[in-house]
Design a protein. Structure first.
Length: 208
C-alpha cells in the first residue's frame, strides 16, 4: 500500500513538474488554464493557440549506404592529407614571402641568383625528405594549399625562381602523375570541402 501511494505521488509530481517547468523556448509563454490554477506553455501559430511542449530528441541510427561509405572514405583521405601537408604549406608561404622581400634588395642579377641558390639549398635540406615521402595524392593537396597560402600556383613560383624551362619541366612531371602545377585553389567551388577542413586545422596554428 505504501509503495502504491508513493508511486501515485511520484507520478503526480512528475506530471505537475512537466507542465509547471517545461523547457524554455523563445516562442513559449505562460497562460493560466480556464478551470484551474495550473500554468501551461503555449504558442500561437497562424492565429491558433495551442499547448507547447518540448520532447526529448529521438536518434535514429542505421548503416551507411555504399555511396555514403565511399563519400566518407574520400573525406577521410582528404582530411588526413590536409593534416599532413598543411604545416609544409605554412612554412613554404613564410619562405616565399621572405624571399620576395629579400630579392628587392638585390637589383643585380648575379646577386639574386646567388641568394636563390642559397635558399634552394636550405629548402632542400629542410623539406627534401619529408616532402618526397608524400604520396601523389598528398602532393596534389600540398600544391593546392601552397596556392591558398601564397596566392600563386606552383608553376608561377618555380618560373619566378628557377626560370621558365624548369617550370615547364616540372609541369610535365606533374602531368605524368595526372596533376598540374598550375592548379588553382577554389575555396567556394571544387575545393569547398578542403577549405572547411583547412579552417579546422588552421585553428591549431592560430591562422584562418
Amino acid at each position: 500500500m505504501i509503495r502504491r501511494v508513493c508511486n501515485c505521488w511520484t507520478q503526480w509530481v512528475w506530471l505537475t513538474g512537466m507542465f509547471l517547468f517545461p523547457l524554455s523556448d523563445a516562442q513559449a509563454q505562460w497562460k493560466p488554464g480556464p478551470n484551474d490554477t495550473l500554468l501551461v506553455a503555449y504558442v500561437v501559430v497562424n492565429g491558433d493557440t495551442m499547448t507547447y511542449r518540448e520532447m526529448e530528441p529521438v536518434y535514429v541510427l542505421t548503416n551507411m549506404t555504399p555511396e555514403q561509405k565511399e563519400r566518407y572514405k574520400k573525406w577521410t583521405r582528404l582530411r588526413n592529407a590536409v593534416y599532413v601537408t598543411y604545416p609544409y604549406a605554412i612554412q613554404a608561404s613564410a619562405i616565399i614571402n621572405e624571399v620576395n622581400a629579400k630579392l628587392v634588395e638585390f637589383p643585380d642579377k648575379r646577386k639574386r641568383s646567388a641568394y636563390l641558390k642559397s635558399k634552394e639549398a636550405e629548402i632542400k635540406k629542410r623539406f627534401a625528405d619529408p616532402v618526397t615521402s608524400l604520396s601523389i595524392y598528398q602532393g596534389k593537396v600540398l600544391m593546392k594549399l601552397i596556392n591558398r597560402e601564397t596566392d600563386n600556383n606552383c608553376y608561377e613560383i618555380i618560373k619566378e625562381y628557377k626560370g621558365g624551362l624548369s617550370a615547364r619541366f616540372w609541369q610535365t612531371v606533374a602531368w605524368i602523375f595526372s596533376s598540374s602545377l598550375k592548379q588553382e585553389y577554389d575555396p567556394k567551388g571544387e575545393d569547398a570541402e578542403m577549405e572547411s577542413i583547412v579552417k579546422e586545422v588552421a585553428m591549431m596554428y592560430g591562422r584562418n
